[in-house]
Design a protein around this ligand. Structure first.
Ligand SMILES: Nc1ncnc2c1ncn2[C@@H]1O[C@H](COP(=O)(O)OP(=O)(O)O)[C@@H](O)[C@H]1O
Ligand SMILES: [Mg+2]
Length: 269
């Protein structure tokens, strides 16, 4: 949190203009002696899909966790929509519209699919909706709208038939879709996805790719970590290659393929 001298209360948090809707500047994060991030910088244009690739241990998950406020930063800056959000809590960051998916916790395994979506939205009386669903089956207009939105996502992700199953009863792929649907319930402007296709069968993964492209075309910004290069190639407008906690290269997939250093270090073999 940086309060400028002219604004000691820190009410004006606008910083040097960012190049895109999201920019990370020289991020460092150590875990004990491990330099998980060692000066990572890049920016993301609004309304694009950016792929984060790189070998295991490159720092991709650490970066996603830090940007979304789940991991406290070491040094460096995260600028979102012109605001320095470095060190903000995950809750504060999500409320600004920067949302990451998170694996279903055990709590969510004990809720039904639709209940999972209705409790996903902060400050929207999810618990009231839940009580209503389980009790008198009565809800007010705002709650009706939440239910309608939830059902729309269930339709979009092919989960309508499992609406009343418990989270724990879903297949691995369905759980991943539910995680994405939960994130979307909060109307994010930027969606951060860490390996969204892990455990999802190839047919379903292709359908999710279509959904992500449609969300992008509706103006959403998506940053995803993915190992499968085919998916990266089909989906991403920009690719950021990470290695050893830094950004080795960024550009279109075609540009990345022409970067001999990257091909040697990561794409070859
Ligand atoms: N919570 C943690 N505690 C200790 N070391 C960690 C932690 N999270 C990540 N690391 C280490 O930081 C490095 C980067 O990890 P990670 O961000 O998970 O990489 P990636 O997602 O690219 O595989 C690895 O060496 C990893 O072991
Ligand atoms: Mg990872």
């Amino acid at each position: 949190m940086i309060a400028s001298e002219s604004d000691p209360a820190g009410a004006d948090r606008r910083v040097q203009p960012a190049a895109g809707i999201l920019e990370v500047r020289d991020l460092h994060k150590d875990f004990g002696g491990v330099h998980a991030l060692a000066g990572a910088s890049f920016y993301v244009e609004q309304g694009t899909i950016t792929g984060l690739i790189g070998p295991n241990g490159a720092g991709k998950s650490t970066l996603i966790n830090l940007v979304s406020g789940f991991t406290p930063p070491g040094s460096g800056q995260v600028v979102y929509d012109g605001e320095d959000i470095t060190g903000h809590s995950a809750h504060q960051i999500a409320r600004l519209g920067l949302v990451r998916t998170f694996q279903l916790s055990s709590e969510f395994a004990r809720l039904t699919v639709i209940e999972n979506l209705l409790t996903a939205v902060p400050d929207q009386r999810g618990s009231t909706v839940l009580a209503a669903l389980r009790g008198k089956r009565y809800w007010r207009r705002a709650e009706e709208e939440s239910v309608a939105r939830a059902r729309e996502f269930l339709g979009r992700f092919g989960l309508t038939d499992v609406e009343d199953l418990y989270g724990a009863e879903l297949s691995g792929g369905q759980k991943r879709l539910l995680e994405i649907s939960r994130a979307l319930m909060g109307r994010p402007r930027v969606l951060l996805l860490d390996e969204p296709f892990a455990g999802v069968n190839p047919t379903l993964a292709r359908e999710v790719e279509d959904i992500l492209r449609a969300l992008r075309d509706e103006g959403m910004t998506i940053v995803l970590v993915e190992h499968e290069m085919g998916a990266i190639d089909r989906l991403c407008d920009t690719v950021v290659v990470m290695a050893a906690g830094t950004v080795l290269a960024e550009g279109s997939m075609a540009e990345i393929r022409e970067n001999q250093e990257v091909v040697d270090a990561y794409l070859a073999g």
